[in-house]
Write a protein that binds this ligand. Structure first.
Ligand SMILES: [Cu+2]
Length: 121
């Protein structure tokens, strides 16, 4: 019985974890309105990511309950480039809205996702 294979596999895991942290992509940490939140029509959307973003290749699309695109203002970055902020110039009617986001983090990796929030009557 040798302990070598076990030590080797532990070393492999440690290496994989370290590499994973070095290549961390931008993941959505929090948002305002939050996922599944019920809110009054928001004046803007704030999406907070784990990494700094490249604004040129980052964006948000919002669709209404009828799957129609909502007209949004020009996206910007704040808080060290980790928060993507998008003005919502119109008042949203009550219903469920889908936010589709795609971002490029400054490490050159793309991520995307979507979530829903509700505008209450
Ligand atoms: Cu990355």
């Amino acid at each position: 019985m040798s302990k070598l294979p076990r030590i080797a596999s532990i070393a492999l895991i440690v290496t994989a974890v370290a590499a994973g942290q070095a290549l961390a992509h931008a993941h959505l940490k929090t948002s305002s309105p939050a996922e599944k939140a019920s809110v009054i029509s928001p004046g803007e959307l704030d999406l907070t990511f784990t990494e700094e973003l490249d604004l040129k290749f980052s964006g948000v699309k919002v669709t209404d309950p009828g799957k129609k695109d909502i007209k949004l203002g020009e996206a910007g970055l704040k808080d060290d480039g980790k928060v993507l902020t998008v003005p919502v110039p119109t008042t949203l009617a009550p219903g469920d809205y889908t936010v589709d986001w795609h971002v490029l983090s400054t490490d050159g990796h793309k991520t995307s996702g979507s979530y829903i929030f509700t505008v209450k009557p």
